[in-house]
Ligand binder design. Structure first.
Ligand code: CP3
Length: 359
């Protein structure tokens, strides 16, 4: 499979993910192809969000936008898509206006019947695989391509809340009132995640990231009960399936936002190579907690990007000193996705500062 693609010219990301201390930190940012880029907004003027996700040519065009703009400064691409393509593959309608909206969310466990019993990712999510293969060719080996999916708990929360939420009252009512039905649904989602991630590697993804954006909404006890088993299932099964199909497993990142109580445990038990961190944990402390068990990724507060070049420089310098204070792989990133309104030239400065201070 891999030999069909152009040779990789920049493997900093993959080396850091495997725990190597690299000559400088590889850097990319979550949501790097997004609304802060005028070239992204231009494409969005004429196309709906999910229309772009489903069109491999448009998805490829957008994925490479930041790579072209920041040539030589950015060390990874991430396929343009969304975590909510899995609920769509399960048969749910999802709109983006401007945030995610499910016209018919799951209300009671009875509604689970409405979901597709069997999801063939090669049919339902074929468009993502096509976009990945097309992007790999388009990238011409300049940087590795990351594939991704949402974590079961985060997807479950969207499917029940019907969109974003401040309290997660509905999703939490499910886990507390119907724990067994909830666990069964979470594992069903996890199995779709496994097939989807394996398919992305077959299509050309060179690394994988699982986004558990709402992990921090759960107590440590409930994270252990409702999220962690699915996260570990995904890392184990993806690796197992790839080996069975004689494909070399790729490094995997877990971004369990807000689950900083679990960092040491996740490093030991989750089966991921990299832990993504938000900004609420100190880099030196995170490194102390994980030792050299896993590589780390993160974690500047994305809002620093609104504060001008001197503020960005001092935050990046501090982040670099923290993550470089002890042995272990580190991938520089933000602590969450970049938001609209950031000046793309300030993003360039962020990359330049990482190059300078992580060397
Ligand atoms: O990182 C990348 O550049 C790759 C593409 C990517 C998108 N969404 C594109 C996107 C990735 C990796 C995601 C993941 C995603 N999607 C997450 C996990 C990461 C996180 O932010 O916590 C979540 C929770 C979603 C669900 C989602 N998609 C929300 C809540 C929203 C609306 C709010 C927002 O931040 O924009 C989206 C829309 C979305 N996904 C946009 C982009 C570029 C903007 C939508 C637009 O163009 O109108």
């Amino acid at each position: 499979m891999n030999s069909e693609f152009p040779a990789l010219k920049n493997d900093l990301l993959l080396r850091a993910a495997r725990g190597e201390v690299t000559s400088r930190a590889p850097v990319w940012i979550m949501r790097q192809a997004g609304r802060y880029l005028p070239e992204f907004r231009k494409v969005r003027e004429n196309h709906e969000f999910f229309e772009i996700c489903r069109n491999p040519s448009l998805a490829t065009e957008i994925t490479v936008q930041p790579i072209q703009r920041y040539t030589g400064l950015i060390d990874a691409s991430i396929i343009f898509s969304d975590i909510l393509v899995i609920p769509q593959a399960l048969g749910m309608e999802v709109l983006m206006n401007p945030g995610p909206h499910f016209p018919e969310p799951l209300v009671t466990p009875e509604d689970i019947k409405k979901l597709k019993q069997v999801v063939d990712v090669n049919v339902e999510l074929k468009y993502v695989f096509e976009a990945i293969t097309k992007t790999r060719l388009e990238l011409n080996g300049e940087v590795p391509l990351i594939g991704f999916c949402g974590a079961p708990w985060t997807l479950f929360a969207y499917m029940i809340e019907g969109g974003g939420s401040k309290t997660f009252q509905k999703a939490k009512t499910w886990i507390f009132k119907y724990p067994e039905e909830s666990k069964a649904l979470l594992m069903r989602i996890a199995n779709v995640c496994v097939d989807f991630l394996v398919g992305q590697v077959k299509a050309g993804a060179q690394m994988l990231q699982v986004f558990d954006s709402w992990a921090g909404e759960l107590s440590p006890h409930d994270f252990q009960l409702f999220s962690f088993p699915t996260l570990r299932h995904i890392s184990q099964e993806v690796r197992k399936h790839l080996i069975e199909e004689k494909i070399t497993p790729v490094p995997m990142t877990l971004f369990a936002k807000g689950a900083n109580h679990a960092i040491a445990f996740l490093a030991e038990q989750s089966g991921y190579n990299v832990l993504g961190l938000d900004w609420c944990v100190d880099p030196t402390e995170a490194r102390r907690l994980v030792g050299t068990k896993v590589a780390l990724q993160g974690n500047m507060d994305p809002n620093v990007l609104y504060a001008g070049k001197p503020a960005i420089e001092s935050a990046v310098k501090r982040m670099c000193e923290g993550f470089r204070s002890a042995k272990g792989g580190w991938i520089a990133n933000l602590g969450h996705g970049i938001t609209p309104g950031v000046d793309p030239e300030d993003v360039r400065w962020f990359f330049e500062c990482v190059h300078k201070y992580s060397a």
